[in-house]
Design a protein around this ligand. Structure first.
Ligand SMILES: [Zn+2]
Length: 175
């Protein structure tokens, strides 16, 4: 149901008209974001507003919430991962307007009209992927292994619990 979110939009015009887009986007429509995922299952919900601020500057702001499957970076099994990214971008119609912007302001130069709205959302989702996804240790098949390999990195409060995999480790035959 991606009806509410058009793929290509004249963003400047949408901003002048104070537009609001809300809906879902098929994850399969986001090939670059999909590269970070275990598969294209899941849900992506987007809520985007476009308008002009008090300086008559066009902007776009929004929230993208995704429930996707990623590979746990410890055991490499798929796991559900919830992520939410919020953004606010000034919309510029030429490169030179980038100069003089404050450092904490994000802006995008619209070189193509209409612009791929999906591509911008995709960029924001990828930026939101700063964390390396991992199972909770109790759920992760590789948790025991990694704790033994990297005790300094994986310090936690669960080390005193009896370990169901310890038996397996003892059964392992050398050589
Ligand atoms: Zn895992």
């Amino acid at each position: 149901m991606s009806q509410g979110i058009p793929e290509h939009v004249d963003l400047m015009r949408a901003a002048r008209q104070d537009s609001h887009y809300i809906g879902s986007i098929d994850i399969a429509k986001m090939p670059r974001f999909s590269e970070y995922l275990a598969n294209q299952d899941g849900q992506l919900d987007v809520d985007i507003r476009l308008g002009t601020d008090e300086h008559h500057q066009a902007f776009m702001e929004g929230v993208a919430s995704a429930r996707v499957q990623v590979l746990c970076q410890r055991c490499l099994q798929p796991m559900w991962h919830d992520m939410k990214t919020t953004f606010r971008l000034l919309l510029l119609d030429s490169e030179y307007k980038m100069e003089g912007l404050q450092d904490d302001v994000d802006a995008i130069v619209l070189t193509e009209v209409p612009t791929s709205l999906y591509s911008i959302i995709e960029d924001e989702l990828i930026l939101g992927f700063a964390l390396v996804p991992k199972h909770d240790e109790a759920l992760c098949e590789a948790g025991v292994y990694m704790r033994e390999q990297q005790p300094s990195v994986e310090q936690d409060q669960t080390t005193d619990k009896p370990n169901p995999f310890a038996v397996l480790k003892d059964l392992k035959i050398d050589g």
